[in-house]
Design a binder for this molecule. Sequence first.
Ligand SMILES: Nc1ncnc2c1ncn2[C@@H]1O[C@H](COP(=O)(O)OP(=O)(O)OP(=O)(O)O)[C@@H](O)[C@H]1O
Ligand SMILES: [Mg+2]
Length: 481
Amino acid sequence: MSTTAMKASSSASTSTPVAHNALPPPSASTAARSSRIAPHSHIKGLGLTSEVLAAPDGAGFIGQTNAREACGVVVDLIKSRRFSGRALLLVGAPGTGKTALALAVSHELGVKVPFCPMVGSEVYSTEVKKTEVLAEAFRRAIGLRIKETKEVYEGEVTELTPSESENPLSGYGKTVSHVIVGLKTVKGTKQLRLDPTIYEAIIKEKIVVGDVIYVEANTGAVKRVGRSDAYASSYDLESETYVPLPKGDVHKRKELVQDVTLGDLDAANARPQGGQDIMSVMGSLMKSGRTEVTDKLRREVNKVVKGYVDQGVAEVVPGVVFIDEVHMLDIECFTYLNALLESPMAPTVILATNRGNALVRGTTDIVSPHGIPVDLLDRCLIVKTDGYSQEQVGKVVQVRANVEGLKLGPGVLERLAQEGERGSLRYALQLLTPASILAGLAGRNHIDVEDIGEMNELFLDAKTSAGNIGGEGGFDGGRMW
Ligand SMILES: Nc1ncnc2c1ncn2[C@@H]1O[C@H](COP(=O)(O)OP(=O)(O)OP(=O)(O)O)[C@@H](O)[C@H]1O
Ligand SMILES: [Mg+2]
């Protein structure tokens, strides 16, 4: 993340009511583990040329050239903002890379375009209405880039001296009457005399000498940007962010760009506004559940946003909502989706499903392709993913093995490719990790064909398991036990 982007987002909590509480960085071991286990971590993008042509493999994606090119066109349309209010539907058999394609699209769009993934079944909550979940996802997929010019004091803290005086109101203790802060930039240093409330903010942000901070001149908000890199230590891994000494004067006008989504703004404004008194603190503790964002609130937020856009302060960045397993939505959700798609500020919608003809959920008699009512289907561009050849399965397995850091012995790839063709690509991929454990137990650092064979005896693929089930739908002629 660039320094400006970081500052922009960290300023969010002060200039707008949007909280940007960054999660603490994951520890090295969990980060390594999650990146290894995440099933799509080998997918880095669609792997297309600048003419939107798909090479047989690229960016971790093997084959599926038609679907990748189709998604490439959609990415171009989204980037040039000509795809809003429309939907792309990815259909195909299980394990043919639909979810992978959607994630590749998000990679291609970059971090600046909001991408909001969800699974169809997420709408079923006991607390929030189904349609509300959808509406919220749509709001989270519309970004707002706010540009502000602010007068700020920025620099590395060289001095931090609170100056205390007797408290006239109580006999005991002292209060801080003002605080002297020295700030240094490449160009020079400046000593500021600041209000005691700013000193509280300094303590809250845990600012010490050697940190790079900035203070907004008109609001007095203080932000810690990071530690000055003059203080950088020689550890390879640390949670601290080191930043260079700011350039220019200590006192300057600064352009801040900040990316939020309409969903962020709704949520921030729906939260009970915490007052100072004890009751409101208790109230906010007890109301820790989700508060519903009403339509009225959304309209208010829209009005404010429109004002910003008209003034040229903000720019709307329509993003993407991705609804995986879309057949899990029911008829109410589908009609609501139609309406959402037609609203003036709609993001692009990507849907994925592996169903053929299916009953539309929530109805008893409407069977339609992919379990999606025809009126919504009519609004979709449909892209089909194809099955994989044995060779392609082999390539995907190889890519995965590389990502997971597994070595394959002679013949293993061919064997897994066969398994993949007989069972499914997922099954072949799933055999990798347990086989590597077996290899480790045998004291080898590579997987052998015998490991795969043994795994095959222990585990069943979906087709074999289906074959084992008797005609009456149970084991051993209908009896389960
Ligand atoms: N063409 C491909 N190149 C590389 N990896 C692939 C490709 N297709 C699928 N994969 C990988 O195979 C696994 C299964 O694919 P994915 O989850 O995308 O399937 P899906 O079509 O979404 O299936 P389902 O309908 O069951 O949800 C994932 O780990 C995915 O990253
Ligand atoms: Mg999927």
